[in-house]
Design a protein around this ligand. Structure first.
Ligand SMILES: Nc1ncnc2c1ncn2[C@@H]1O[C@H](COP(=O)(O)OP(=O)(O)O)[C@@H](O)[C@H]1O
Ligand SMILES: [Mg+2]
Length: 264
């Protein structure tokens, strides 16, 4: 390994060195999902993670999100070597510093938008009062433009609104890093743009965002594009500036169907 791959990069919030992940299936077969990934993610950076199905994107997100451990290699988050932490410490790190957004929203069905957003605060080390939780959850819902839907159940909301509730839930503990695994995968193009615009605003406010996507057009909203193939990074491209939301939106529309053009 050369020096560039081992020295920590200044201002990096995440360092990965020679990360491997091997799954053993029920039949005893080994699947090598990540094969020596070394990367740095800088504070306030925004990254699109791409690659075909099975290339290792979700595996990488699970490791970054402290939901799973690498088989070998070094992973540090905010300078903390994650491999040395207990399950409880990992859970704490996850709850305090990371926010998660998923393709299927993962909202609790019989629970209001407000209560869904309150959920991560139930696991605080220093418990918050009911009122504090309510206030913070409302603020987060307001941030995503849904303060007036606080009492709605998920099935009373559109897909885009449900994803925004999920984003509010991810933001409520004020994380440093937001991990989003195909957050627009179940949304139509016009809603996708709204959600991407929201991510772009959050990035401008200083949040570090790592987003898995299948759509090359969405990379324009982010500063860096990584491409995984068979568990290896095969492309790492930086942009000096991201397009403005408006420009990125126009480019996205141009690349999409006429239906979207009409919808906007
Ligand atoms: N829990 C698991 N057990 C066994 N193999 C797995 C498991 N999770 C993922 N894999 C395998 O690891 C590889 C990478 O999967 P994944 O990270 O889900 O890719 P992607 O998200 O890019 O589609 C695939 O070959 C997949 O079948
Ligand atoms: Mg996946």
């Amino acid at each position: 390994m050369d020096a560039a791959a081992t020295d920590p990069v200044k201002g990096s919030v995440i360092e990965l060195r020679e990360i491997h992940k091997v799954y053993t299936t029920g039949g005893g077969q080994e699947v090598h999902a990540l094969r020596g990934v070394s990367l740095d993610f800088i504070e306030g950076g925004s990254v699109a993670l791409m690659g075909s199905s099975g290339s290792g994107k979700s595996t990488m997100m699970n490791i970054l999100g402290c939901l799973d451990r690498p088989s070998s290699g070094l992973f540090s988050l905010d300078g903390i070597d994650v491999s040395g932490l207990s399950r409880e410490q990992l859970a704490e790190l996850r709850n305090e510093r990371l926010g998660f957004v998923f393709q299927n929203f993962h909202l609790l069905a019989r629970t209001s938008a407000l209560e869904n957003v309150e959920m991560p605060m139930l696991y605080h080390r220093a418990p918050l009062s009911t009122r504090q939780m309510r206030e913070r959850a409302l603020e987060a819902l307001d941030r995503v433009g849904l303060a007036d839907r606080a009492g709605h159940l998920p099935n009373q909301l559109s897909g885009g609104q449900q994803q925004r509730v999920a984003i509010a839930r991810a933001l409520v503990n004020q994380p440093r890093i937001l991990l989003a695994d195909e957050p627009t995968g179940n949304l139509d193009s016009s809603t996708t743009l709204d959600v991407m615009q929201l991510f772009q605003e959050l990035i401008t406010e200083g949040l570090t965002v790592i987003l898995v996507t299948h759509e090359p057009e969405l990379c324009r909203f982010l500063r860096r594009t990584l491409v995984l193939q068979d568990g290896r990074i095969i492309q790492d491209q930086h942009r000096d500036t991201t397009q403005s939301a408006v420009e990125a939106k126009q480019a996205y529309i141009a690349a999409n169907d006429s239906e979207t053009k009409e919808a906007l």
